[in-house]
Design a protein around this ligand. Structure first.
Ligand code: GUN
Ligand code: ZN
Length: 429
């Protein structure tokens, strides 16, 4: 039976990074979304859609805001249990907290439990799609995709490959990394709503042989995305330079091994030379902006305005558990703060765009999710714009949509997530 969701509707009709931000949005105060067979079939005025579809089952969300579910374009599901671990910078943080925790994911039962917790935390924060790193263990990938499948989610992810500079228990080899990834890719890519992502962790944890094998795997499977980390911290840049002395910069390492192309999703990308910016743009690669992580691990200030000016597809990401929040609202707030520290006051439309359309395009699924538009999957979030006392008193004085929305972006959390729909089905947490 068709469903009509009533509320304020929010859709992008343009890119707020390339036009006046307010002109990029279609906002209907008394709007409605018609959902049929898991897809959005219309977005419009509530009165008109009610008349045109008298048989539809109505759910009235009052003055809450109906928009596309959030898309997190870079996260590490196995780091769920170590989120908010204190006091380290990237390399120490990996060695002290991350690698010991990731070592546990050869245990299929543990992997299943954490995958379920991770996806349920995502959903309670309105994240309906994510692209996640698993661990080196095939069990972790099986657990992740099985849990995603059970929830009907559109999810992307893949087995981490690393064959050096990690504990013995967390190393694969160039050959086993290739073989395991290929087997998992063959099993999971395109199964229902799932997509496999080829996942070399980052240059320092792979030998040249592994990067070479990974480049070969990607050349054999260009239908898959490839995700990795790029230029996150100064110490990491120096390490890459020492490990790959023949390469002029960090990105050149990936280029050399065939790991730069339109399907590449580069996490962080904070410290880029002009050459690297140009090479990313020319390759058509995407960037995952991870602001809470960049602040939490002390990495630095991503240049969102430059990325968008270059026309690079740029999405927003929690980077759980280097990132310090599962909330895409908190993540947008952090992106705003990093913009301010750079001297750029990002408009709320630009923040919301990165968290939805931007991430979806970065992951090459922008024709399916990330916007509230006819033909898109009915992956929807309903935001309560008065979820706490401090937000409510602020909104009471609001004179525009943006004044009503920005307090929820800056101050909101999972209490603002009133409802989530996955392919048109309401998800109850
Ligand atoms: N670089 C390599 N691995 C990681 C990781 O797990 N998290 C972050 N933030 N950076 C990384
Ligand atoms: Zn990461």
């Amino acid at each position: 039976m068709p469903q009509l969701l009533l509320g304020q509707t929010f859709s992008f009709i343009g890119n707020p990074w390339q036009m006046p931000p307010e002109a990029a949005v279609r906002h209907i105060r008394r709007g409605a979304v018609l959902v049929e067979n898991g897809k959005i079939s219309a977005v419009g005025e509530a009165a008109a859609l009610k008349v045109a579809h008298p048989q539809a089952q109505i759910t009235d969300h009052g003055s809450s805001l109906i928009m596309a579910g959030f898309v997190d374009c870079h996260a590490h599901f196995p780091q769920t249990a170590i989120i908010a671990s204190w006091g380290k910078r990237l390399i120490d943080w990996l060695n002290t907290y991350t690698f010991p925790e990731e070592s546990r994911f050869g245990d299929a039962e543990y992997a299943r439990r954490v995958a379920e917790t991770y996806l349920d935390l995502n959903l309670s924060n309105g994240i309906t799609t994510a692209c996640a790193y698993c661990t080196i263990h095939p069990e972790s990938v099986e657990a992740y995709f099985e849990a995603a499948q059970a929830r009907g989610l559109r999810m992307l992810g893949g087995k981490v490959m690393m064959d050096r500079n990690a504990p013995e228990t967390l190393r694969d080899t160039a050959q086993s990394g290739y073989d395991d990834s290929k087997a998992l890719l063959t099993k999971w890519h395109g199964k229902g709503r799932l997509s496999y992502t080829i996942t070399p962790r980052f240059a320092p944890t792979s030998t040249p042989e592994q990067l070479e094998a990974t480049g070969a795997l990607w050349a054999e499977h260009p239908e898959c995305l490839m995700q990795t980390h790029l230029s996150e911290q100064h110490e990491e840049l120096a390490w890459v330079q020492a490990l790959f002395p023949d390469q002029p910069d960090y990105l050149a390492v990936y280029e050399h091994f065939g790991l730069l192309g339109p399907g590449a999703v580069m996490g962080h990308a904070i410290y880029l030379s002009d050459r690297e910016w140009d090479a990313l743009r020319d390759a058509g690669a995407s960037i995952a902006h991870c602001p809470t992580s960049n602040a939490f691990i002390g990495s630095g200030l991503f240049h969102a305005t430059r990325a968008h000016a270059a026309g690079i597809r740029t999405g927003l990401a929690t980077d759980v558990g280097g990132g310090s929040s599962f909330s895409m609202l908190r993540t947008m707030a952090s992106a705003y703060e990093i913009g301010q520290l750079r001297g750029d006051a990002l408009h709320p439309a630009q923040l919301l765009y990165m968290a939805t359309v931007g991430s979806a395009e970065a992951l090459h699924i922008g024709a399916h999710v990330g916007n509230l538009e006819a033909g898109f999957d009915a992956d929807i979030v309903v935001l309560n714009l008065t979820s706490t006392p401090v937000i409510s008193q602020r909104v009471a004085e609001a004179e525009s949509l943006w004044e009503a929305l920005f307090p929820t972006i800056m101050l909101g959390d999972d209490r603002a997530i009133k409802a989530v729909y996955i392919a048109g089905k309401r998800h109850f947490t």
